[in-house]
Design a protein around this ligand. Structure first.
Ligand SMILES: *Cc1c(COP(=O)(O)O)cnc(C)c1O
Length: 389
């Protein structure tokens, strides 16, 4: 039987819904991965990625694989056995970076902060002082497990007082909040297609500065991953155009279309839309009496962690939203398991209809639970934010 899944409103931590034109792009005819027509598609995709990443970096391209493949690509290419790497850990994805870097043979120095808070620049500074020979400092820009937006410019200044490279996880920030690679002097970043870029999961756009490329060129040992070795992948995306592995043609079509939509809307407008509806959602949830995990000053707009009130049945609320309304939201991960819901308003999904639908549906599925929440006030709180912006 052919597949016929229900339509869902994907308001979790990703994947998010995609524009119909992105789905259509995946169904257009295949061409060969060395066809001149496809090489043009690749060139345009790289140009649009540079636009969204706000960078002139020549090495900017899409790795075959999800966001985690982007993470692994950067570490496997930049780290050699015994290198020191300082990593900010304030959520699940910082924890994953530590694991990946250790598997590459790095000596990892972890800088911890409580989940739901930022990594303080001063704590990075302290570790760089203790380990002045660190090769890399890495943090997560948008921690999807908590909803924290990590400010990057101050840490970047601190890192660049040394020779270390500054590496950022931008999986959930790209296409949702500004990702100013050149202005903030970020040496390397990775992302994924299925969060705010609003394409299906399957590609990991990365960008590396000339300085990072230089560090790779000076490696003493071969990259241990054949598939993710950038020196070879670059020969396909770069001028040589020589075969490495068969590019996932339809995925690149879909990314091309998703990026085209972003460029057409204009990045300031894209960021403004996420901010507006994110703040509207926050106001609606707070009007209901719900508490948000992250302090307003560091709260993401595209991913909001809501503290589950005492006495409320986590699983029942989430399955109620899914079964009755077709809405998916995320549960907590790691130490926040059972403690928060994670609500995404990413890319194509960052719009008023989703804010209103989620708030109304949440009030409904919470109505038979014992809470001291107050219902019926969320939409007017939303409207108030919208009239102000
Ligand atoms: C989703 C996510 C990843 C991993 O991406 P996958 O596509 O699931 O492999 C890494 N970092 C952050 C911050 C993410 O949100």
């Amino acid at each position: 039987m052919s597949l016929n899944p229900p339509e869902r409103v994907l308001m979790g931590p990703g994947p998010s819904n995609v524009d119909p034109s992105v789905l259509r792009a995946m169904s257009i005819p295949l061409v060969g991965h060395l066809d001149p027509v496809f090489l043009k598609v690749m060139n345009e995709t790289m140009d649009m990625l540079r636009h969204v990443y706000q960078t002139k970096n020549k090495m900017t391209m899409a790795i075959s694989g999800t966001g985690s493949a982007g993470m692994e690509t950067l570490f496997v290419n930049l780290v050699e056995r015994g290198d020191k790497v300082i990593i900010g850990v304030n959520g699940l994805f910082g924890t994953r970076m530590v694991d990946v870097a250790q598997r590459c043979g790095a000596t990892v120095i972890e800088v911890h902060a409580p989940w739901g808070t930022i990594i303080e620049p001063s704590s990075i500074e302290t570790e760089l002082h203790n380990h002045p020979d660190a090769k890399i400092v890495a943090v997560v820009h948008a921690e999807t497990s908590t909803g924290v937006r990590q400010p990057l410019d101050e840490i970047s200044n601190i890192v660049h007082k040394t020779d270390a490279l500054f590496v950022c996880d931008m999986v959930t920030s790209i296409g949702g909040s500004p990702t100013e690679i050149d202005k903030w002097n970020i040496d390397a970043a990775y992302s994924g297609t299925q969060k705010c870029l609003s394409a299906p999961p399957g590609l990991a756009p990365i960008t590396l500065s000339d300085k990072a490329v230089d560090v790779m060129a000076k490696r003493k040992t071969k990259v241990q991953s054949w598939y993710l070795d950038l020196s070879m992948i670059q020969q396909y995306w770069g001028d040589e155009r020589s075969y490495h592995h068969t590019a996932p043609i339809s995925m690149i079509y879909s990314l091309h279309e998703a990026l085209r939509l972003l460029v057409e809307e204009g990045m300031p407008s894209v960021y403004g839309r996420h901010a507006k509806y994110g703040e509207a959602l926050h106001a609606g949830l707070e009007a209901m009496g719900l508490k948000l995990l992250v302090d307003k000053s560091h709260r993401l707009h595209q991913l909001t962690s809501v503290c589950i009130p005492e006495g409320v049945d986590d699983a029942k609320v989430r399955s109620g939203l899914l079964d009755k309304y077709g809405i998916e939201i995320g549960g907590g991960l790691g130490e926040l398991k059972g403690k928060v819901w994670r609500i995404g308003l990413m890319g194509y999904n960052a719009k008023l209809t989703n804010v209103t639908l989620l708030l109304a549906a949440l009030e409904d599925v919470l109505s038979d639970q014992h809470t001291s929440l107050s219902f019926g006030k969320a939409q007017s709180a939303v409207n108030q934010v919208l009239t102000q912006s």
